[in-house]
Design a protein around this ligand. Sequence first.
Ligand code: 16G
Length: 245
Amino acid sequence: LDPEEWLGQKAGPRYVQLRRRIEEAIENGMLPPDSSLPSEREIAEITELSRVTVRKAIQELVKLGVLEQRQGSGTFVRAPVAKVEQSLSQLTSFTEDMRRRGLETTSKWLERGVFIPSPEEVLTLGLATEDSVARIYRLREAGGQPMALERASLPLDILPNPVEVTRSLYEVLEQSGNRPVRAVQKISAINLEPSEAELLGVAEGTAGLSIQRISYLESGRVAELTKSIYRGDAYDFVAELRLSP
Ligand code: 16G
């Protein structure tokens, strides 16, 4: 960064100018993915800007998901995630999908327990109005990366004890003989809400996929209503199509 080159040349506050310069350096490969940025002090020296201005530019890029701060080791250029290619023709669980790719899964629990059902849950899960519903809401991570936000609702007789789910919901259902055998899935495009983007570690307004899965037991009963938000930058959904006979 040559201060002469840009100071006073571009419109807008100085921290915005610096932000753009850093973005350009990333785009043209001067700052490759995973590389570390000089310290705030160094950047302030090179650019002859105040540390407050430098900090503001960096904070903004962190918020936008362009840079990330790693505890004790500084600021880095965020590497884009490797895309996951997910088949749409098999009824698998997140844990199984990721295990197949050699990735360990973890969950951050946002909600897990027994609740009064919403009208939608009553209708979809075929509950009586006085019934309660089991809900689990979690941030799902694979290989340390946040991948999806998932909100699952199940009838209590199918999942009597939601806190029992510590890793895989489908594993728990399998053990009680309630593993779904069929599901209907609907996928829609969305822009992530600020709170969702923050949890998923991406910039506000980033594209996401909203996926609703209603799954059924062998008996035809609804086992699960799950609403998920998947990172648009981390997933490709793939289906095989055949000419109908
Ligand atoms: C998948 C399913 C979700 C299911 C979960 C179980 C989609 C869009 N959703 O994420 O409906 O509840 O797997 O995963 O595929 P688990 O057994 O790892 O908890």
